[in-house]
Design a protein around this ligand. Structure first.
Ligand code: TUI
Length: 312
């Protein structure tokens, strides 16, 4: 089975992290991934500290294995969420959409491993100096808030620029992607979209069905002009965004259009006017199955790929 030094660093069996997706990655999904030998990650998004504490309590009821919490640095609750993470001595945090440097000393004191998601070499280097344990280099094939570089271009440049472990994310959904990431020098992968169609994932069924039907060109990036580009499945909302951006609509108008839309998709199942955030590999997701089977598919796929390449 595929194992790397990242497994020892995090106390997991396989070098697979499940993306900490807002409104998607609940304790139930994260527990299933951790139980299957990966690192399940609770996505805290814009949720408050109380919600995060409850989710940590939920995951601890069902698994004794390591887990993570993703902290969205643009959340209005970020300070209080970090306090909960410190109090609960969460094993691992990942961060997104910003720089967690100021929290690192206190997190290290309680033994929390800190793994920021980064879209560039410069930020990876800055955070390595600040003492992070690893980085997730996330390419723009990902869903949700994205950077500018592709995974293929970003990962090897980050690998060459830092000494800490690099985890690849963006456009990875099966064993071939895992092997490709390892070939680029990553010690593991973070996978989001594939786990949205896990049986344990609690998002609305409309979203799962839309992903199952998606083809390769069905995602679009909205909001480039606001400085916060978001990849999601094309629908009436992304069409409206496109038209407003073409007309050079004011940033406030564009931002107003996005408020509450992620929740509308994931919880209420509004696949027409909600933000159905997901990555470009949506076109490869063909079945809903338990997280353990998804993990097995990825791992056996990786072994088959290595065999086909003649790697022992
Ligand atoms: O964070 C994500 N994906 C997300 S966050 C999210 S909620 C949201 N919705 C609208 C706007 C913004 C967020 C939905 N999906 N992925 C990790 C990620 N982090 N991608 C890009 C970044 C990033 C961007 C800039 C990380 C650091 C950064 O640094 C800026 C700085 O402070 O230097």
């Amino acid at each position: 089975m595929v194992r790397t030094p990242l497994c020892d660093l995090l106390g997991i069996e396989y070098p697979i992290l499940q993306g900490g997706m807002a409104w998607v990655s609940t304790a139930k999904l994260a527990a299933a991934v951790s139980e299957a030998g990966g690192l399940g990650i609770i996505g805290s998004g814009h949720q408050d500290a109380h919600w995060v504490r409850e989710q940590i309590s939920e995951i601890r009821k069902v698994t004794a294995k390591p887990f993570g919490v993703n902290v969205m640095m643009m959340s209005p609750h970020v300070e209080q969420v970090m306090e909960v993470i410190l109090e609960e001595k969460v094993p691992v945090i990942t961060t997104g959409a910003g720089n967690p440097a100021k929290y690192i000393p206190r997190l290290k004191e309680v033994g929390t491993k800190v793994i920021p998601v980064i879209p560039s070499v410069a930020l990876a280097q800055r955070l390595e100096k600040a003492g992070v344990d690893a980085v997730v280099a996330e390419g723009m094939e990902s869903g949700g808030h994205i950077g500018e570089l592709t995974t293929m271009a970003l990962v090897p440049q980050v690998v060459d620029a830092v000494k800490i472990p690099v985890i690849a994310a963006g456009g990875i959904g099966d064993g071939r992607g895992l092997v490709a990431a390892l070939a680029l020098g990553a010690l593991g992968v973070q996978i989001g979209t594939r786990f949205m169609c896990a049986a344990e994932c609690e998002i609305h069924d409309n979203v799962k069905q839309m992903i199952l039907k998606a083809k390769d060109r069905d995602t679009a990036v909205s909001g480039r002009s606001t400085g916060h580009p978001v990849r999601a499945l094309k629908n009436k909302l992304t069409k409206e965004y496109e038209e407003l951006e073409k007309k050079c609509a004011p940033v406030e108008e564009l931002e107003k259009l996005g408020i509450g839309r992620l929740r509308a998709a994931m919880i209420d199942g509004d696949t027409e006017y909600g933000t159905v955030a997901c990555g470009q590999i949506a076109g490869m997701v063909k079945e809903i199955k338990p997280a353990k089977e998804i993990m097995n598919d990825i791992l056996t796929g990786a072994e088959e790929t290595l065999r086909a390449l003649g790697v022992k």
